[in-house]
Ligand binder design. Structure first.
Ligand code: NAD
Length: 258
């Protein structure tokens, strides 16, 4: 997990940049952390899963000084805001915000309670705004920054039993457009990555069975598994100076599914 593979593309502009990621302890977020560490960036991340976070930090023992972690629930607004302030003070910079944490719990739509609906939006939508607002105040003073939201192609194509999650993901696309307009005057870019079905360990353990994968592949232009690294590569590009005039965009990494 922690093995540092030499990146095929080196973005020198990312060296020593500070990247803050929500939900970095596992899955795509962990691959994003790995990718930024390979670039020589400093990574702050928050996650509710302490065990996975500790494993990740341990796996990068040789890069420990470049990693900052705090356990928190992103729906606790004050704690999330405080973590952003503290991470910025710890590393003395704050260049990239990546809103990656999510909860994709399935619900029977006819039975979902208002509390479940609100809980989902309080994890899958609102913290991305809270974090972006806090990050903006720091980035504004330096007149640069890149904010990357994790949406989902499910907001484009729909999927059963995920109504609040998909609604939140669609909201993130609108938020990406809105914040790109609001923050552009300060040279701060806001984009979204919409992954297709990515073969994280959790997906492989829970949903991505051979049968389901075969069905999924039928709809792909390129019939290959999407790996977390394929998604992380786009995050690097959107964080780098190679994408300086790309903002307000929602880009799918879905092997041509949509
Ligand atoms: N894996 C996929 O196939 C896929 C497809 C489309 C979109 N996405 C999106 O990409 C992003 C990453 O996907 P993933 O599959 O790695 O996600 P995941 O479900 O594995 O969760 C990501 C991380 O978020 C953390 N998290 C969950 N709730 C939290 C909370 N309340 N507070 C703090 N941390 C919390 C988890 O502990 C986990 O480490 C998510 O936004 C997801 O919606 C993933």
């Amino acid at each position: 997990m922690g093995k540092l593979v030499v990146a095929t593309t080196q973005y020198h502009c990312l060296t020593n940049k500070t990247v803050f990621i929500t939900g970095g302890a596992s899955g795509i977020g962990a691959a994003v952390i790995r990718a930024f560490l390979q670039q020589g960036a400093k990574v702050a991340f928050v996650d509710i899963n302490l065990e996975a976070a500790v494993d990740l930090v341990e796996a990068f023992s040789e890069k420990k000084q470049d990693i900052w972690f705090r356990q928190l629930d992103i729906s606790h607004t004050h704690e999330l805001r405080q973590a952003i302030t503290d991470a910025q003070q710890h590393f003395g910079g704050f260049d990239v915000l990546i809103n990656c944490a999510a909860d994709d719990t399935r619900f029977d739509t006819s039975d979902i309670t208002l509390a479940q609906w609100n809980d989902s939006l309080n994890i899958n939508l609102t913290p991305a705004f809270t974090a972006a607002q806090s990050a903006y105040k720091i980035m504004q003073s330096q007149q640069s920054g890149s904010i990357i939201n994790f949406g989902s192609i499910n907001a484009l194509i729909g999927m059963e039993n995920m109504a609040p999650y998909i609604t939140a993901k669609a909201g993130l696309m609108g938020m990406t457009k809105a914040l790109a307009k609001d923050f552009g005057k300060d040279n701060i870019r806001v984009n979204a990555i919409l992954p297709g079905w990515v073969a994280t360990q959790k997906q492989l353990d829970s949903w991505l069975t051979d049968e389901q994968e075969q069905k999924w592949m039928e709809h792909l232009a390129i019939k290959k598994r999407i790996q977390p690294e394929d998604v992380a590569n786009l995050a690097l590009f959107l964080a780098s100076n190679q994408s300086t005039l790309i903002t307000g965009q929602c880009i799918s990494v879905d092997a041509g599914r949509t």
